[in-house]
Design a protein around this ligand. Structure first.
Ligand SMILES: *Cc1c(COP(=O)(O)O)cnc(C)c1O
Length: 398
């Protein structure tokens, strides 16, 4: 967070005990043999990768997942040395020396990686690294997401034959990803499951670790105890993968009928770890007929109190959120006019002193601006709400 603006009252407050609480909720759902890997990609879903990773490991996670090698290096450089770190996305073979040096486990989808990685080491005269370190990898299988991964038994068989030539590579795991566990037709889960079991028939016995569960699959009663690793992302941060909000306001997915699965998913007590807060930096009373913000899209119809809040779209409070009220002293306050890059104006029910707290995400008294309810109001998912919070917003840990 090099560019965080410390001299401005806009902050993301991260409650690390919520992270550990949420991990323990999941430990209660799964068997002792299953491991939880905390997914801390995208700077820990905007919460800060290093503090979240440390809290998660203390709470019982035994590994970490990231999206890129650079994210893995950040964790290693922060002192997280022993723990396995799995990069979920595909990786450029040109980074092979660093991958080995930092003991990063990578995901591969074809044999090319190994060919090119070896050439790269030869080219830079670093092949001796292969005697010093091992390259651990997981093979990705595509069972219906159509993103990355091998799709057929023939491809897996060919891969198996070819990988034998790379004695320096350790094939540690195999995994897939479900497309509809967090929303969409639930029959598709069954289809993907069948495909997964079918493809696994071609994976050699020696590949011990087999995993498929993200947060949503980790909540599905019939599947969650079958994944050797739970790759726990959004739910670790206390947000429901389907953006179901239980407390204060209740939402239900229309296509998600009320049944035993639904009950179990809702029974989990997920505590959101992130609060986004700011303060009123300017308060004024304006007469009727006063236009507010760029484009003069809003004009007051009567005398009213207006507060200015130092947060804007460059902080991740996007222009699309203009219809999302923020909370001040237990009141819902509407945004007036368009959201600016660094500031926005809100309607106040009365005069409040400068320095009064404004809650953008989180609880204020009895009201809750839950990230999932904001997501539903602006037609997105909570993942996007929290990962959009900009680097300029300092993260404060409690
Ligand atoms: C991001 C990601 C996860 C975590 O997903 P959540 O829905 O946040 O739990 C798991 N697996 C893969 C492959 C991912 O890319």
């Amino acid at each position: 967070m090099n560019f965080a603006s410390e001299h401005r009252p806009t902050q993301a407050i991260i409650n690390l005990s919520a992270i550990s609480h949420n991990i323990k909720e999941f430990r209660g759902l799964i068997t002792v043999d299953q491991e939880i890997y905390a997914v801390v990609k995208a700077d820990g879903y905007g919460h800060g990768a290093v503090p979240v990773a440390k809290a998660a490991l203390e709470a019982g996670a035994t590994g970490l997942c990231v999206a890129t090698v650079d994210e893995a290096i950040e964790l290693r450089q922060a002192g997280l040395i022993q723990v396995p770190i799995l990069v979920l996305g595909l990786t450029s073979p040109y980074g092979i020396a660093e991958i080995l040096h930092y003991n990063i486990t990578i995901t591969v989808s074809n044999i090319d990686f190994f060919v090119k990685a070896y050439e790269q080491l030869e080219h830079s005269e670093q092949t001796e690294l292969l005697n010093l370190y091992q390259l651990k990898f997981h093979l990705k299988l595509d069972t219906g997401m159509s993103r990355i991964g091998l799709q057929s038994k023939t491809d897996i068989r060919t891969f198996y034959e070819q990988i034998k030539g790379f004695t320096w590579a350790v094939w540690e795991g195999v995994f897939t990803h479900f497309a509809t566990a967090g929303g969409g037709p639930s029959t598709y889960i069954q289809q993907q499951w069948e495909r997964w079991e079918f493809l696994l028939e071609e994976v050699p016995e020696s590949v011990k670790i087999r995993h498929f569960a993200n947060s949503a699959m980790a909540m599905y009663p019939n599947y969650n105890q079958k994944s050797d690793i739970i790759r726990l992302g959004i739910a670790m941060y206390g947000l429901h993968p389907k953006d179901l909000v239980i407390k204060q306001e209740t939402y239900c997915d229309e296509e998600f009928e009320h049944n035993a699965t639904f009950d179990q998913m809702l029974a989990l007590d997920l505590q959101p770890a992130l609060q986004l807060v700011s303060e009123l930096v300017y308060v004024k009373k304006v007469p009727s007929g006063t236009s507010v913000s760029y484009g003069a899209t809003y004009t007051s119809q009567e005398e009213e109190w207006i507060g200015t809040v130092p947060i804007g779209y460059a902080d991740g409070w996007l222009r699309a959120y203009h219809s999302v009220p923020v909370l001040v002293e237990g009141y819902k306050c509407s945004v007036l006019g368009v959201i600016n890059m660094d500031q926005m104006m809100i309607r106040l029910p009365k005069a409040f002193p400068i320095g009064t707290e404004v809650t953008l995400i989180g609880m204020d008294g009895g009201l809750n601006n839950h990230a999932s309810s904001i997501a539903r109001q602006v037609d997105t998912i909570s993942y996007e709400i929290v990962t959009s919070i900009g680097a300029r917003v300092p993260r404060i840990y409690i």
